[in-house]
Write a protein that binds this ligand. Structure first.
Ligand SMILES: [Zn+2]
Length: 211
């Protein structure tokens, strides 16, 4: 089990490469693993991802039981419960990695872009999701972005910034080198996750399975 941010990141990306290549191993999904974990969990990464049904975390990173501490909301919108869950994963479970996972053609980002364009705030609690994503849409527009992929990358980056700004606990753990935060952009069609930003971890030029 990885204990450093680098080891955790490499393990996670290796799993995504297997999935993208169509050669998953489906590790840690048997009865023995279930029994081993019954008394305690020691996941190696916290994953904050979009709820999109095509982003099933353990599938797209080819992991199993006890590997990932997963928090998913539409558009990886982060409010207090999300921040608390991430802090639990980092401070109580000692996860050496936090991942923010966005993806192309994200419905939440699309809804926020539409809301900005037409001034339609969204119905019910969908409004809260849109309000959490809107700052990213505005920032991307201010930067002259027009491609969907660039909106997604901006939203991933700003979500990482948001987590680090709001959670003193997370920022302290990153400063101490005990964990790192990496933002990934996932492509629905080919199943690859590409790093777009990192805190507490040097991104080499190698890792992205590029097109
Ligand atoms: Zn989405």
């Amino acid at each position: 089990m990885p204990s450093t941010p680098r080891e955790a990141f490499d393990l996670l990306l290796a799993g995504n490469r297997r999935f993208a290549a169509g050669t998953p191993r489906h590790p840690n999904q048997d009865a023995a693993r279930r029994a081993d974990l019954a008394s305690a969990q020691r996941p190696f990464a916290v994953l904050l991802g979009c709820s999109d049904s095509r982003l099933a975390a353990e599938i797209i990173f080819d992991q199993g039981l006890g590997d990932l501490f997963v928090v998913r909301t539409a558009g990886h919108a982060a409010g207090p419960e999300v921040l608390g869950s991430i802090e639990y994963g980092v401070s109580v479970l000692d996860c050496p990695l936090v991942v923010v996972l966005g993806h192309d053609a994200c419905g939440a980002v699309g809804a926020a872009r539409a809301a900005v364009a037409d001034g339609t705030p969204g119905r019910g609690y969908l409004r809260d999701v849109i309000e959490r994503v809107t700052p990213s849409v505005l920032a991307a527009q201010a930067a002259g972005v027009s491609e969907d992929e660039d909106f997604i990358a901006t939203h991933v980056r700003l979500t990482v910034d948001f987590l680090m700004d709001r959670s003193r606990e997370l920022a302290d753990q990153v400063d101490a080198g005990r964990t790192a935060v990496v933002g990934l952009s996932y492509r629905l069609a080919d199943g690859s996750a590409r790093p777009v930003t990192a805190r507490g971890l040097e991104l080499s030029s190698d890792p992205a399975p590029t097109s």
